[in-house]
Design a protein around this ligand. Structure first.
Ligand SMILES: [Zn+2]
Length: 157
């Protein structure tokens, strides 16, 4: 059997209290089953570790993590909500800007929080409306770059 590296715990989102249950949850989630997590699975796994949690606490924590972009939430045909850990190391969405005036390509900073949040929301909407798992997005944006949008003439004219 190949040995898998121990998955590292998820990072506590800003503004979330690091209670014992939350900390146990953050280290548990990366060991997700193939089909993703469901609330009863998470609750059972935490109970197994001797962490006292109830349904409401687990749902609330999972929702917080989904809002923070650490988990992706999908509802299947049986109306069961599944949670998948968003793989931060895999590029799942990227956006490129091409200037309509000078045609230079600008790659948007993948660390830009507002862009990432928007792309995440788009991915989530795609997952919920199409059922596609972990869609890869490559967003093409057309507009004028900062130089062309200003008074300065495009460099090529
Ligand atoms: Zn331009």
């Amino acid at each position: 059997m190949p040995t898998h590296p121990t998955p590292t715990a998820l990072t506590l989102p800003a503004g979330m209290r690091a209670t014992r249950a939350v900390q146990a949850l953050l280290s548990l989630l990366p060991k997700q089953p193939q089909a993703g997590w469901t609330e009863p699975l998470v609750e059972a796994a935490l109970h197994e570790q001797g962490v006292p949690v109830n349904r409401v606490t687990v749902y609330r924590a999972l929702d917080r993590l989904a809002h923070a972009g650490l988990l992706q939430r999908t509802v299947n045909a049986q109306r069961i909500t599944h949670y998948f850990v968003v793989d931060a190391t895999a590029p799942t969405a990227s956006a490129h800007l091409e200037c309509t005036a000078c045609h230079q390509h600008i790659t948007l900073d993948p660390g830009a929080a507002a862009v990432q949040a928007a792309l995440h929301a788009l991915r989530e909407a795609l997952v919920q409306s199409t059922g596609v798992h972990k869609p890869m997005l490559d967003v093409a944006v057309q507009g004028e770059c900062a130089q062309c949008a200003g008074d300065a003439k495009p460099p090529f004219f």
